[in-house]
Write a protein that binds this ligand. Structure first.
Ligand SMILES: Cc1ncc(COP(=O)(O)O)c(C=O)c1O
Length: 381
């Protein structure tokens, strides 16, 4: 077997979710707060666009970079949302955000090169890096209020550093990197020979002030070295559709395209057409989105209150839909005990970095039964 593949494990949240599906199929009731996906159905106007595309036989091969109309719609969307000037020729349509990240790392990283990742981090960044022979350099943000700093970057950067990955709003903490701080960090990185991967898949799920990297003044300065990742999964409740995109600097475009051509060929034609409608008719989505955010925010506030009353430590979530909760002196098998004793499925903090074995992550974008089950344990357990 490929030695790089042997060096990685399944991401904990996905592995646990697969295990839970089996338990549920056997009739067990599990309170599922482990997976990060919206608890709402894909809006009808998007699903209907897919049915229409299939009925109109939009089922053939298409452009490997992605449909021009979808790339144009994304460019327009980012202009509306962030006043960003993104040329559709720099947009690449991918099989979810994860595939966009794969292509970015695969197209840039040579074996032995380093990728800087700030922990706690979404585990796939390190796994994908290792898959291509790269070396993840994990920089803990535990002592820096869960955000990267210029000092932590400069202390860990080496001549082998090829890429630095940022994720804001963050999974698993919900932390947003303040825009001024980000500007200073990017300014510092401008002098170094590194690429920057910026993952904003939670950009619309925010409760506090958020500025996209695309509207940060430093973006213009560095745009030839920034790969921007986003996805339809979270904003449009389309996790199972597998639709995402990357904005790629021109010098990387040819390699990125070759990867698409030699892997998935392109994302399903009718899924892309539904994506065009998702963005084009975003006005329709606004109402539903508002009600989604009301549910998330209500639960976020409720959990903040209960966690605070019960003296739990947690990272104050400013975006996304997670809580990263600390239990001092946490038993190594806390998460499995929570599952076997209380039927609550969560993710151990260690999955997001070795510095976080006293934390666990829960998502509150879950079905009501699961949310209530978790809240009940938290309030009384
Ligand atoms: C930080 C982060 N990036 C990227 C993704 C990938 O999302 P998708 O592949 O569904 O677009 C996720 C999914 O949970 C995530 O949490």
């Amino acid at each position: 077997m490929n030695r790089y593949l042997q060096s990685i494990e399944a991401p904990a949240a996905i592995e646990i979710a697969d295990r839970i599906r089996k338990k549920e199929a056997d009739g067990e009731l599990i309170f599922k707060v482990q997976t990060g996906e919206p608890c709402f159905n894909t809006p009808d106007y998007i699903s209907n666009a897919l049915f229409e595309a299939i009925n109109n036989n939009k089922t053939n091969y298409s452009y490997s970079q992605g449909l021009p109309e979808l790339r144009k719609a994304i460019s327009f969307h980012l202009k509306q949302a962030y006043s960003a000037n993104i040329d559709p020729t720099n947009v690449f349509i991918t099989n979810g955000g994860v595939h966009a990240i794969h292509c970015a790392i695969q197209s840039l990283i040579e074996p032995g090169e380093e990728v800087m990742i700030f922990d706690p981090s979404w585990p796939q960044y390190a796994n994908i890096t290792k898959l291509y022979g790269g070396i993840p350099i994990k920089v803990s943000t535990r002592e820096t209020s869960f955000v990267p700093t210029i000092k932590s970057i400069s202390d860990n950067i080496t001549s082998k550093t090829r890429m630095v990955i940022f994720n804001s709003p963050n999974n698993p903490t919900g932390k947003i990197i303040p825009s001024k701080m980000l500007q200073e960090i990017l300014h510092f990185l401008a002098d170094l020979d590194v690429y920057i991967l910026f993952d904003e898949v939670y950009d619309f799920i925010v409760y506090e002030e958020f500025q996209s990297i695309l509207s940060n003044p430093a973006f213009e300065e560095l745009k030839n070295r920034i790969i921007y990742i986003n996805s339809f999964s979270k904003t449009f409740c389309m996790t199972g559709w597998r639709l995402g995109y990357a904005i790629v600097p021109p010098e990387l475009s040819a390699s990125y395209l070759k990867l698409l051509q030699n892997s998935v060929t392109h994302v399903n034609t009718f899924v892309q057409l539904a994506g065009v409608v998702a963005l084009r008719d975003m006005e329709i989505h606004k109402e539903l989105f508002k009600s989604m955010m009301e549910v998330y925010n209500f639960r976020r506030n409720e959990l903040i209150e209960v966690l605070t009353n019960r003296s739990f430590e947690f990272v104050y979530p400013e975006g996304s839909f997670y809580f990263f909760i600390r239990i001092p002196n946490m038993e190594p098998n806390f998460v499995s005990q929570l599952l076997s004793n209380h039927k609550i499925a969560s993710v151990p903090g260690e999955a997001y970095g070795k510095d976080f074995s006293d934390y666990f992550r829960i998502s509150y974008a879950v079905d009501k039964t699961s949310y209530d089950g978790f809240l009940n344990w938290l309030s009384n357990g």
